[in-house]
Design a protein around this ligand. Structure first.
Ligand code: ATP
Length: 248
């Protein structure tokens, strides 16, 4: 039986009174890789930011496990946040800290581990993403693809059940982007982590996604959910045209 680890229910999100997405409802099963798709400005990042509790929802709930990240406060909120890892589009590594120190940061913030234990855990995460030899480098000394891997290692620091990635292949060449896809698949299979990935990249979508959620600016919401192959053959052209790069 499938076990939903995330349940988004009638979520309405936006900024202030301005609504970007309405009535968004879907579930994500444990271990699934879900991609969030849609044209520029349709609200992919906005949805992601609501799902990680960074922005207040106008309506609805986002259950992670059985707890609502939207309304959670204090200790409950911290507990939910410790269950998720996030990689932002830019990678957002601290430039003045080494790669190892970057990965150790969440461990200092959320765990009682001492410095020696934090280092052991952080080195393990760097090994998982193939960067163990680069622990003492500053992020600026790494290539774009390696910076993304380091950011994923940091997002993995707390052994999250769910990893959110915002456009992980942005700015990468196709070969490096494909290597990152392979890493995502490897992590999903070996750690059974659930992935929610915002991406425009068709190659990535077909490679990694079990299911895709398509948002639409005009509809202000979800217009399709399903396996990429199914969406590519959807009778609604607003869905299938995304896969053939048809423009309006
Ligand atoms: N901080 C903000 N305040 C007000 N409006 C915002 C803010 N951030 C984004 N928006 C608006 O919300 C809408 C959705 O933006 P969002 O960045 O979520 O789209 P997206 O699908 O991720 O786009 P892209 O693919 O271009 O990154 C856009 O119209 C954008 O102008």
């Amino acid at each position: 039986m499938q076990h939903a680890i995330i349940k988004v229910k009638q979520l309405q999100c936006g900024y202030g009174d301005h609504v970007i997405l309405r009535d968004v409802s879907f579930e994500v099963n444990k271990g699934e890789i879900i991609t969030i798709l849609g044209g520029s400005g349709c609200g992919k990042s906005t949805l992601l930011k609501h799902m990680i509790g960074l922005l207040p929802a106008q309506q609805g709930t986002v259950l992670i496990g059985d707890e609502d990240i939207i309304s959670a406060q204090g200790e409950v909120r911290q507990r939910i946040l410790a269950r998720i890892g996030v990689m932002y589009q830019s990678g957002a590594l601290f430039g003045s800290l080494t790669v190892l120190e970057n990965v150790m940061l969440p461990l200092a913030e959320y765990t009682p581990l001492n410095a020696a234990a934090r280092e052991i855990v952080a080195r393990l995460k760097l090994r998982l993403v193939g960067l163990d030899a680069y622990a003492d480098f500053l992020p600026s000394a790494l290539s774009g693809g390696m910076q993304k891997r380091a950011a994923i290692a940091r997002a993995l620091a707390l052994d999250p059940q769910v990893l959110f990635l915002d456009e992980p292949s942005a700015g990468l060449d196709p070969i490096t982007a494909a290597e990152l896809d392979a890493l995502i698949l490897q992590l999903a299979h070996s750690l059974h982590t659930t992935f929610i990935v915002v991406t425009h990249e068709l190659a990535s979508i077909f490679t990694i996604a079990d299911r895709a959620i398509m948002l639409d600016k005009q509809a202000q919401g979800v217009i399709a959910i399903g396996a990429p192959k199914t969406l590519a053959a959807d009778p609604n052209p607003r869905v299938s045209d995304f896969f053939t790069r048809h423009t309006y």
